[in-house]
Ligand binder design. Structure first.
Ligand SMILES: Nc1nc2c(ncn2[C@@H]2O[C@H](COP(=O)(O)OP(=O)(O)OP(=O)(O)O)[C@@H](O)[C@H]2O)c(=O)[nH]1
Length: 303
């Protein structure tokens, strides 16, 4: 091990010099913003319009009111903020995207979708463009009681919210919501053909739905969660005692599901949701008897 003697070391600035830092050279280019070239706003024919340009993989804290306890949560969202860009503009003023996000820092986009409508429209206007898109993905936590003992722990799923604004389309504003949750699926075929037991696995249900903003149930995340979990062989639980383990094992055996069954049953619940215009449901099973996954997708639009 190397002994260290800070008292005999050079100062921090001397250390930086020794490790390669140099003084700034006197520059010839402008240092004041008003004297700098605004390359982004240079007009010409740039061959293509761009449907989406902006920033992605932005991490930001968000506040949300949850329909399930804990009722007030802060989560970390991964965001994408983009606008359209017309053919005659070289680039967007990218700093305005995160500048606007900071201005909306404490707003609950999840239970106040009308705020997201204003946010996405303002994004387009701030860039002097006709369209903008915003997506947020973040973990949502909720208390989950074990089925027999009632012991509580925190479970989670991932929520998705997307707002799209196109000034020249009707409607100008579209809102998509989504949820991804893990469940248990038990194979009906395996149950049918085996003398005893049946293989089961962890499945993932991924829902994306275009919703009617004016009719949106503010507890939409609970509605989507229920559509996925209530149709699976069993739900996942953070805390399970022996009595609970028996309950979830037997529940799964009583409710065997192919990946197709789970997709169709979830789709049926979504089709009954009054606020959903169209949706995609994807079920994926990490097969316990294969190295590959089984997958089923349903896309459905209401007439
Ligand atoms: N358009 C564009 N901007 C980029 C790109 N990569 C980085 N930038 C960022 O753009 C920033 C400048 O942002 P702008 O919003 O144009 O800055 P500005 O013109 O001083 O800001 P305003 O006062 O809002 O007009 C730079 O600091 C870069 O970080 C890119 O590929 N395209």
């Amino acid at each position: 091990m190397t002994a260290f003697l800070p008292s005999s070391w050079p100062s921090k600035s001397e250390r930086h010099r020794r490790f390669g830092s140099t003084d700034a050279v006197p520059g010839r280019k402008a240092t004041r913003k008003e004297d700098m070239t605004d390359l982004q706003n240079r007009r010409d024919d740039y061959l293509f319009e761009i449907q989406q340009v902006g920033v992605t993989a932005v991490k930001h804290p968000i506040a949300l009111r949850s329909p399930l306890p804990p009722y007030h949560q802060t989560s970390i969202a991964a965001l994408e903020l983009t606008t359209t860009l017309d053919r005659s503009s070289k680039g967007i003023n990218m700093s305005r995207l995160t500048e606007q996000l900071n201005a909306y820092r404490d707003i609950d986009f999840v239970s106040r979708p009308e705020t997201l409508q204003i946010f996405v429209r303002d994004l387009a206007r701030s860039m002097d463009q006709s369209g903008a898109d915003v997506t947020l993905e973040f973990p949502w936590f909720y208390e989950r009681a074990a089925p027999a003992s009632g012991r509580i722990g925190l479970a989670h799923s991932d929520l998705f919210v997307e707002a799209v604004y196109r000034e020249d389309e009707t409607p100008a504003f579209r809102l998509n919501v989504g949820l991804t949750v893990s469940v248990t699926t038990l194979c009906p075929c395996s149950k049918e053909i085996s003398e005893y037991s049946a293989h089961n696995q962890r499945g993932t249900v991924r829902i994306r739905a275009e919703v009617e903003p004016a009719q949106l149930d503010l507890n939409w995340c609970e509605v989507l969660l229920n559509a996925a979990e209530s149709n699976a062989s069993a739900s996942l639980h953070p805390v399970l005692k022996r009595t609970d383990e028996k309950a979830v094992t037997e529940r799964a055996y009583e409710n065997p599901r192919f990946v197709e069954d789970l997709a169709r049953l979830t789709a049926a619940d979504l089709a009954e949701c009054p606020f959903i215009r169209q949706f995609t449901v994807e079920c994926r099973n990490e097969e316990s008897i294969h190295q590959h996954d089984a997958v089923a997708r349903i896309r459905c639009a209401k007439p």
